[in-house]
Design a protein around this ligand. Structure first.
Ligand code: PEP
Ligand code: MN
Length: 355
């Protein structure tokens, strides 16, 4: 698929990797916005982000300061020379943001999951030349993500990019949003030339994970990063646990390693890193399966049922081998794999029974 895109061409921002957008999750007060921006600008960061309208998962959470925050962003731009970026979720947001000189817009994950919302934003963008980033939808659906990019592109926006912020999951053990790296990787192969940034703040949900996720994104050749940074993270009105001070951000960025791309060994490394990521995902899924198996073990214990249920095991074998075959996996491999998984499940259930 080819979108009609051109370079982002951001005035005053050097065209080198990684492109970095930094700033608080939300604009809270004029002082918080300006204090954070001044510190970021002094450290050489060129693009300031701040959410003005915040679509929150649950009502009652801070839903953004709204339009009154836009003049604060304008002040950031005038005072520091940084470009300013914010999220838009309606046609009116687009209008208001542009009126206040916002340089870069992005469509949030909850909006990009809804084609009506994306279309409304796209319609408001007709005839405007502004760079727009589209975050992946909350659900892991590559076509929905591409559809959102197409709608914005068809409105005439050619300075287009994507942001990978991970995918919602019920199981928030390690990540707030599962990275599922293969999805942005496939996005890039389907739309060559599309700049893709990674948002380690929303993927990790915790400040400790930002450095490693950022490095992983650079190793996978992402164009850049969008990272939440706040002058006083512990006092942030939204996403406090994932925000870092400009000082820590600066330190993390200074430690990032940029590996050269292009040579054959590099593309081999790229493929190997994809394998590493897929293996990690496999392990996480396996661990999740074992947790469910242990819950079943608990149930069997409370209800006096034996661990081994032969009929159920045969059913699983037949079904999974068939499914595996359809996916191009050999029957012998499938049965060995399932046997190994089953053995470990039984071992874990027996452990629970004997507790
Ligand atoms: C954000 O960037 O602050 C935000 C709300 O992110 P997302 O749309 O990825 O949840
Ligand atoms: Mn946030």
């Amino acid at each position: 698929m080819i979108l009609d895109i051109e370079k982002l061409n951001l005035p005053g921002v050097p065209e080198e990797r990684p492109l970095i957008i930094a700033g608080p999750c939300s604009a809270e007060t004029e002082e918080q916005v300006l204090t954070t921006a001044r510190d970021l600008a002094a450290r050489g960061f060129k693009i300031f982000r701040a959410g003005i309208w915040k679509p929150r998962t649950r009502p009652g959470a801070f839903e953004g300061i709204g339009e009154v925050g836009l003049p604060w962003l304008k002040k950031v731009k005038e005072e520091t020379g940084m470009l300013i970026a914010t999220e838009v979720a309606t046609g009116k947001h687009v209008y208001e943001a542009l009126k206040h000189g916002v340089d870069i817009l992005w469509v949030g994950a909850r909006s990009s999951a809804n084609p009506f919302t994306v279309q409304e934003i796209a319609d408001a963008l007709k005839g405007v030349d502004v760079p727009v980033f589209v975050k992946n939808p909350v659900n892991p659906d590559l076509d929905l993500w591409i559809g959102a990019l197409e709608r914005i592109n068809q409105a005439g926006i050619r300075r287009l990019g994507a942001i990978h912020r991970g995918f919602s999951t019920y199981d928030k053990k390690i990540y707030r949003n599962m990275p599922q790296w293969h999805i942005p990787i496939e996005l890039r192969s389907r739309i060559p030339g599309l700049p893709v940034l990674c948002d380690p703040s929303h993927i990790g949900g915790k400040s400790e994970l930002i450095a490693s996720i950022s490095q992983q994104a650079l190793d996978l050749n992402f164009e850049g990063l969008i990272i939440e940074s706040h002058c006083t993270p512990t006092k942030a009105w939204s996403d406090a646990s994932q925000q870092i001070t400009p000082e820590i951000l600066d330190y993390i960025v200074s430690k990032l390693v940029l590996r050269e791309v292009g040579s054959t060994t590099e593309s081999l490394n790229d493929l190997r890193r994809q394998i590493d990521n897929l293996d990690n995902e496999l392990l996480e899924v396996l661990a999740k399966r074992m947790r469910v198996a242990r819950e079943i073990g608990q149930y069997k214990k409370e209800n006096n049922i034996t661990v081994l249920q032969t009929a159920r095991y045969d059913e699983i074998l037949t079904d999974r081998i068939k499914h595996g075959n359809a996916l191009g996996l050999g029957a012998e491999f499938m049965s060995k794999l399932l046997k190994g998984i089953h053995e470990e499940s039984v071992r874990q259930q027996v452990e629970i029974m004997n507790k």
